[in-house]
Design a protein around this ligand. Structure first.
Ligand SMILES: [Ca+2]
Length: 342
C-alpha cells in the first residue's frame, strides 16, 4: 500500500514537475518572444530614427545650400542696390546740372527778351529829335559862351532848361512856338509823343504799385545803369530823356535829366543840380526824401536858398546804382551851385 502511495506520489510529483517545466518553458519562450519583439521594435525605431536623421541631414544640407545661394543672391542684390544708388545720385546730379542750366538759359532768354523789348521801346523818330534840336537852337542863352560848365553866369536859366526837358517828357511843358509845326507833321503835340515814349520805357523798369520810394529809385538807377552808358557829347547839349534813351548814351547832364524825369514819373519829387569841384562842373539829381533806407547817402538839410522846397534833399549820382551813393571820395568834392525842381 505504501508502495502504491509512493508510486502515486512519485507519479504525481513527476506530473507536477513536468507541468512546471512546461510552464517554465512557455515563460521562457514568452520572454524570448518579448525580447525579440523589443529588439525588433528597437531596430525599427533605430531605422526610423536613421531615416529621419538621414532626411534631416539631407534637408539641412539642402537648406544650407539654399542659404548659401540666398546669401550670394543677397550680396548680388546689395551690389545691384549700391549700383542703383550710385546711378540715382548720378542722375540726380545730372538733373540738378540740367535744371541749373535750364534756369540760367531761361534767365538769359528773359534778359534777352527784356533787352529786345527795351531796344524796341528806346527809339524815337527823327521828327521828335529835330524838335529838340530846334528848341535847343532857339535857346540863345543856352549856347552863350561860356557854357554852363564854366559857371560864368546864367546858370539858373540853364538848370531850369535842363529841368524843362525832363518836364516835357512828363507832358508838363512845351515850347508853344514850335508845337504847331510839330503838330502839322505828327498830328499830336511833341510832349504827347515824348510822354508816350517815356511811358513805354518806364513800364519795362518793373516798378510795382506797392514799391517804396527807395525801391523805385533802386530799380530806376539799375535800369539806367544797364541800358545807358556814359559818352561825352560833341557840344555839351542837354538831351531830353527820350533822346538819351534813343542814343543809349549821354554825359552827366543827360543822365541827370533822364533819371530826374523817371523819378518824377515814379512819384518821387526830384530836382536837377549843378555842382562844382574847383574848376570842374558836374550835374546830379536831388530827391526830396528823408533817407535811402539801408543805403548810404549824402544830403542837404535845406536848399531853400537854391529855390527848392523846404526839407531834406538827398544827392543822387545818376550814373551809379543805389548801392554806390555814399562814396566819400566822389561825393565830398561836389558843392552845389544851382538847382531846379522837375
Ligand atoms: Ca549832354
Amino acid at each position: 500500500m505504501l508502495d502504491v502511495l509512493n508510486v502515486f506520489l512519485s507519479y504525481t510529483a513527476k506530473l507536477c514537475n513536468a507541468k512546471k517545466e512546461r510552464e517554465d518553458g512557455m515563460r521562457a519562450k514568452r520572454r524570448k518572444r518579448g525580447v525579440r519583439a523589443r529588439i525588433v521594435a528597437l531596430v525599427a525605431a533605430l531605422c526610423v530614427c536613421g531615416v529621419i536623421a538621414g532626411f534631416s541631414i539631407v534637408t539641412v544640407f539642402r537648406m544650407s545650400s539654399q542659404i548659401s545661394d540666398l546669401q550670394v543672391d543677397y550680396e548680388d542684390l546689395e551690389a545691384q542696390d549700391e549700383q542703383n544708388r550710385n546711378s540715382l545720385q548720378s542722375l540726380q546730379s545730372s538733373y540738378s546740372t540740367l535744371n541749373s542750366n535750364y534756369n540760367q538759359l531761361s534767365s538769359q532768354y528773359n534778359d534777352l527778351q527784356t533787352s529786345h523789348q527795351v531796344s524796341e521801346a528806346l527809339g524815337i523818330g527823327h521828327l521828335l529829335a529835330d524838335y529838340y534840336s530846334v528848341v535847343r537852337d532857339s535857346r540863345t542863352d543856352y549856347w552863350e559862351s561860356p557854357g554852363w560848365w564854366y559857371f560864368g553866369g546864367g546858370e539858373q536859366d540853364k538848370v531850369d532848361f535842363a529841368a524843362d526837358l525832363a518836364k516835357h517828357n512828363l507832358g508838363r511843358i512845351y515850347w508853344p512856338d514850335k508845337e504847331d509845326t510839330y503838330y502839322e507833321f505828327a498830328d499830336e503835340y511833341s510832349y504827347t509823343t515824348a510822354a508816350r515814349e517815356l511811358n513805354e520805357v518806364y513800364n519795362l523798369i518793373g516798378i510795382q504799385p506797392g514799391d517804396s520810394s527807395v525801391e523805385k529809385i533802386k530799380k530806376i538807377l539799375s535800369f539806367v545803369d544797364n541800358y545807358i552808358h556814359y559818352e561825352s557829347d560833341y557840344n555839351n547839349a542837354f538831351l531830353a530823356p527820350v533822346e538819351t534813351l534813343a542814343f543809349k548814351s549821354g554825359d552827366c547832364d543827360d543822365f541827370a535829366i533822364l533819371v530826374a524825369a523817371l523819378f518824377e514819373k515814379a512819384g518821387i519829387d526830384s530836382a536837377i543840380g549843378f555842382f562844382r569841384s574847383g574848376d570842374i562842373a558836374h550835374v546830379m539829381v536831388l530827391v526830396h526824401l528823408d533817407n535811402l533806407g539801408s543805403y548810404g547817402y549824402w544830403y542837404y538839410s535845406d536848399l531853400t536858398g537854391n529855390g527848392l522846397s523846404a526839407g531834406k534833399w538827398i544827392k543822387i549820382e545818376a550814373q551809379r546804382t543805389i548801392g554806390n551813393q555814399h562814396d566819400p571820395s566822389w561825393f565830398e568834392q561836389w558843392s552845389i551851385r544851382v538847382a531846379a525842381e522837375v
